[in-house]
Design a protein around this ligand. Structure first.
Ligand code: SF4
Length: 223
């Protein structure tokens, strides 16, 4: 897998990214996206969950041709797959669907690893950086997420809306008429695979419906 060849040596890299991340704390998300595009294009992509298209909306206004990756685990809700197509048409997306091969056994302990993380690993081959819509307020496991950092592959991971609250997201959706997965309005504030995502009560932890009843809180994509 290609490393972040556009940057300096590894020793400088962590410090540079930490400093950048601090400088981006109060920057608009579009400025963070623009930095990533200018620094890494065409070796940068955006990973979409299709809960909503907020980050996509921001990113395509910076670079209409940015590659958007969606991992089709084979276990998504029909509403999510409909949202993928709706968003693709709405923005004329440069969409790359990564689909799980027949070797990925469904719904066993390694399912997330095989179905999501491995597919993302494949999608990131040849990339130097990727964008995600991860937000600190989504979960305690995400509270310390930087805006810019290194992932476990040594690639630059950019979280342009890391500082956003739920109200920030709702406000942006309303102001920009952003497509949203209809499941969000049916009690699924965080939409994952159908067998592992359950509705949550109003006011409850938005991610409590993910892998409800198990110890799992993350699929591994962001860890
Ligand atoms: S969320 Fe569930 S169905 Fe989806 S990849 Fe993970 S274990 Fe498999």
């Amino acid at each position: 897998m290609a490393g972040p060849a556009l940057l300096g040596d590894a020793g400088d890299l962590a410090g540079e990214l930490a400093e950048l991340s601090r400088s981006f704390e109060s920057a608009p998300a579009s400025k963070v996206v623009r930095w990533a595009v200018e620094r890494f294009s065409p070796h940068v992509c955006l990973l979409a969950s299709m809960t909503d298209a907020v980050l996509i909306d921001i990113a395509v206004k910076v670079d209409p041709s940015i590659e958007v990756v969606f991992v089709d685990t084979g276990h998504h809700f029909p509403e999510t797959l409909d949202t993928v197509e709706r968003v693709r048409r709405h923005y004329g997306l440069n969409l790359r669907m990564v689909t799980v091969g027949p070797d990925a056994a469904p719904l066993v302990d390694g399912c997330c690893s095989a179905a999501k993380v491995l597919q993302l690993d494949r999608a990131l081959i040849g990339r130097d950086a990727w964008l995600s819509g991860l937000r600190r307020s989504e979960a305690s496991t995400r509270a310390a997420a930087p805006i810019v950092g290194l992932d476990r592959r040594g690639l630059v991971k950019v979280n342009p809306i890391a500082t956003w609250t739920d109200d920030d997201v709702a406000g942006y959706i309303a102001a920009h008429d952003v497509p949203v997965n209809p499941l969000v309005l049916q009690g699924y504030p965080s939409v994952g695979c159908r067998p592992c995502t359950f509705p949550v009560a109003e006011g409850a932890d938005p991610r409590s419906g993910r892998w409800a009843g198990s110890a799992r809180t993350e699929c591994g994509i962001h860890t």
